[in-house]
Design a protein around this ligand. Structure first.
Ligand SMILES: Nc1ncnc2c1ncn2[C@@H]1O[C@H](COP(=O)(O)OP(=O)(O)OP(=O)(O)O)[C@@H](O)[C@H]1O
Length: 290
């Protein structure tokens, strides 16, 4: 796989602290709506965990290839559940999901494993192995391609190790490659999480509150990387966010969930105060703006 280097020189400067500042962030152009071929169709998805309480209610939308789609909504709206239904970490109670035309809910065994390597994931709390190095954590992204013996003995080819090195450098954490992950800042850990997802060579990356534990500067860095990955590699990014302003700045499209229902689905600049009230309802004060 060829690895494209993200050219940060025109937009970013390195600080001594190893965090990256994007000086033109405030002046960033509004994202333009792109017309993209469909990679995934979500059809009438329902989810109830227990009893009759429906956490997701008849959710339907299509996702474009290379789209950066943000899912916003108040706490408990169903954002995490929806993300996990997409890669079948959680089974829906009804409906269908088609990924590149294939019915994911019918997938079993090898087909399901293949789908899961096509869909990477990053998490609010990174889900790294703290005592292992950045390099080892990133290589773990390849475990979905290995048999159990290769996995147990960490058997990676020279080509795989080279790819890990390239991706780690691309994410600006090359100098930390042999550090244990518990020695890194939150922003650096999240970049390891992105690198681990990228080495899978995914078509979609699901991001569950990727910046919820980060300061504003580290959050900007992570969102810039996600945006560039969607634009330059054509990888679809689906990201759950609490921050409306961040969603507006970086997304091609925003889906607003309230109580398990899609109440907004449009371009970021189509959001009005009326749609914000519809999405957040009585929990408007939950909105976090920078
Ligand atoms: N494993 C579970 N068992 C039972 N109920 C659950 C489970 N996981 C989530 N829920 C319920 O489903 C609803 C939606 O939760 P979910 O975590 O998907 O919302 P969310 O929008 O991601 O919230 P937050 O922003 O607080 O993370 C909530 O009422 C929650 O209590």
């Amino acid at each position: 796989m060829s690895v494209k280097t993200l050219d940060r020189t025109d937009r970013a400067v390195e600080k001594e602290t190893d965090e990256v500042i994007f000086p033109f962030f405030e002046e960033a152009e509004k994202p333009k709506r792109r017309t993209l071929p469909t990679i995934m169709e979500i059809k009438s998805i329902d989810k109830s965990y227990t009893g009759n309480k429906r956490v997701l209610k008849d959710i339907s939308f299509n996702i474009g290839k290379g789209e950066l789609l943000s899912i916003i909504g108040p706490s408990g709206a169903g954002k995490s559940t929806l993300l996990r239904v997409i890669n079948r970490m959680i089974e829906p109670s009804g409906g269908a999901i088609h990924f590149e035309g294939q019915d994911t809910l019918a997938m079993r065994g090898r087909g399901l494993r293949r789908m899961r390597t096509d869909i990477g994931m990053i998490f609010q709390h990174y889900n790294l192995v703290d005592r292992l190095s950045v390099f080892e954590n990133v290589l773990h992204g390849l475990l979905g391609y290995k048999n159990s013996l290769q996995g147990i003995f960490s058997m990676y080819t020279e080509d795989e190790k080279r790819r890990a090195l390239d991706i780690i450098s691309e994410l600006g954490i090359g100098e930390h490659i042999y550090k244990r992950c518990d020695e890194l800042s939150g922003g650096q850990k999240q970049r390891v999480g992105i690198a681990r997802a990228l080495i899978q060579d995914p078509k979609i990356i699901l991001c569950d509150e990727p910046i919820a534990s980060l300061d504003p500067n580290a959050s900007r860095v992570i969102m810039e990387y996600l945006k560039r990955i969607s634009e330059e590699r054509g990888i679809t990014i689906i990201v759950n966010l609490h921050q409306l302003e961040v969603a507006r700045k970086y997304s091609d499209r925003i889906i607003g969930l309230n109580d398990g229902t899609v109440v907004f689905d449009d371009a970021p600049d189509a959001i009005t105060s009326e749609s914000v009230s519809r999405i957040y309802g009585s929990q408007l004060d939950e909105l976090i703006t920078e």
